[in-house]
Ligand binder design. Structure first.
Ligand SMILES: *Cc1c(COP(=O)(O)O)cnc(C)c1O
Length: 463
């Protein structure tokens, strides 16, 4: 299996090269040259497999010759051993609702499903090549902690995560700063999340620094993150249908960067019987406007109670556009150029019809989100987090839809309390955080300060 860039400027690379490259070197996103096809017999055979075994079946063709089945199986086992549910991603029924709980990992959000695997993949590939990687990233909350938990304790990786001092929720801050492993370096900067992103960008553009210090990224554009998420679509389909290949399932997906829902698209392309993918956004509705009007155009970002979806330009969307443009890199490049120049693109009517054949998009207001949390609680005593509530609300006209639950409700206690007057009981991973010891550096929001800190830290560790 080989991977190409959406922009056409990269020679075919292997799975491991794609994982280490992250963003394609021509600025595009990496995609497999084809999707392995899953026939009906195979679908039946996969139904009922434990999550970890299914993960190996789904991922192995994408890995190609880069790992043996046994190596991949061991890596998958290790990645999901820290989940606190035996089914990893259980499907629960609450009255009429079907909820796919993706939040049983160490940081109580769905990003663990992908980042636990990615951390182990990095370590595996670095062991083989004898290298060392310094991961650098900025976070406004969720991604930072999931990335830290993905690589904590790994010998060949150091991770530096910037967060805006005093501007992430206390739980999110503690989730990051209570990780005391030697390879984890939290940096609070005296500034905003945008300052953090600017600093990271500046350091990645400092090519000499980047090369000397082997900087790597963990953003959601890494192909391995998408791949890990494809697995639970197959898993949920099997649970709902019992392997009846005549039955199609609709999934409702709370969407920000178009990563999770793109994984659903990949599953569909592989042959999973999917009726519709419901693309659920909060007030930040660029993606739902695209599905409904064919126009892709950013507006300013609104802060909502589902902050992990407060995104305008979705970094993974280019992958889907590439397929919509019939896999023509020149056409895609033209679209992306126009987007950069004019801030707006529009696709023709026949393409719009194609989009709507699979996707159905709904933008959900803050009020509707709150109402949904309340209604689901009153009906079934089940507490939704605000992100999940957006997806549940978006699918309310579609009985039987599988709603992806992307965060544990205890992670967003304030919004939940506002809706129903009580907070959800925290899972073990969120308990006792406020009493634990912490470690974190406090720096000015300047790239020179962060660069100096990184050099000093790595020197002290003898890296
Ligand atoms: C990241 C995140 C999302 C959005 O996922 P995308 O893959 O970016 O679309 C939704 N909910 C939660 C809780 C998240 O952390």
């Amino acid at each position: 299996m080989h991977y190409l860039s959406t922009r056409g400027g990269v020679e075919p690379v292997s799975f491991s090269q794609a994982v280490m490259m992250g963003l394609a070197t021509d600025g595009g996103l990496l995609l497999p040259t084809s999707f392995p096809q899953v026939d009906q017999t195979t679908l039946k055979r996969w139904t009922g497999l434990p999550f970890e075994e299914l993960a190996v079946e789904v991922m192995l063709p994408y890995v190609g010759d880069d790992m043996t089945r046994a190596e991949l199986a061991a890596l998958v086992q290790r990645s999901y051993a820290g989940f606190n549910h035996p089914e990893i991603t259980p499907l629960v029924e609450v009255g009429e609702l079907r909820i796919l709980e993706l939040f049983h990992g160490p940081t109580a959000a769905f990003k663990d499903v992908a980042l636990q695997l990615l951390g182990n993949l990095f370590e595996f590939l670095l062991e083989r090549s004898g290298g060392h990687l310094n991961i650098l990233g900025a976070t406004s909350g969720d991604t930072g902690s999931a990335a830290i938990y993905g690589v904590r304790g790994q010998e060949r990786i150091d991770i530096f995560i910037l967060h805006p001092h005093g501007r992430v929720s206390p739980i999110q801050e503690r989730q990051m700063t209570t990780v005391l492993d030697e390879n984890v370096h939290n940096i609070a900067i005296r500034g905003t999340f945008d300052d953090g992103q600017r600093i990271v960008k500046e350091l990645f553009n400092d090519l000499e620094f980047k090369r000397m210090y082997h900087l790597g990224a963990v953003n959601s554009i890494n192909w391995a993150r998408i791949l890990a998420q494809v697995v639970y679509y197959f898993y949920a389909w099997g649970r709902v249908t019992g392997g009846d290949t005549g039955r199609k399932v609709t999934f409702s997906v709370p969407t920000g960067n178009f990563g999770d829902i793109f994984a659903g698209y990949v599953a569909t392309r592989m042959g999973l019987p999917v009726e519709k993918l419901v693309l659920a956004t909060n007030r930040n509705d660029i993606l739902s406007r695209f599905v409904n009007t064919g126009v892709y155009q950013a507006r300013s970002v609104h802060h909502t109670t589902s902050p992990s979806m407060d995104i305008q330009l979705a970094s993974n969307f280019e992958r889907y556009l590439y397929f919509l443009m019939d896999e023509q890199p020149e056409e895609l490049q033209q679209l992306m150029d126009r987007m950069a120049r004019e801030g707006r693109i529009e696709i023709p009517e026949e393409k719009r019809a194609e989009v709507r054949r699979l996707f159905q998009a709904v933008s959900v207001s803050e009020q509707e989100t709150m109402n949904q949390i309340r209604e689901t609680y009153q009906r079934g005593r089940y507490i939704l987090d605000p992100h999940t509530a957006v997806g549940v609300r978006a699918a309310r006209e579609i009985p039987g839809a599988v709603c992806l639950a992307t965060a544990h409700p205890a992670k967003f206690g304030e919004a939940v309390k506002q809706a129903i007057g009580v907070e959800a009981a925290p899972p073990p991973s969120l308990q006792g955080l406020m009493e634990k010891e912490t470690r974190c550096a406090l720096l000015d929001a300047e790239s020179t300060a962060v660069k100096g800190f990184m050099k000093e830290t790595l020197k002290r560790q003898g890296v």
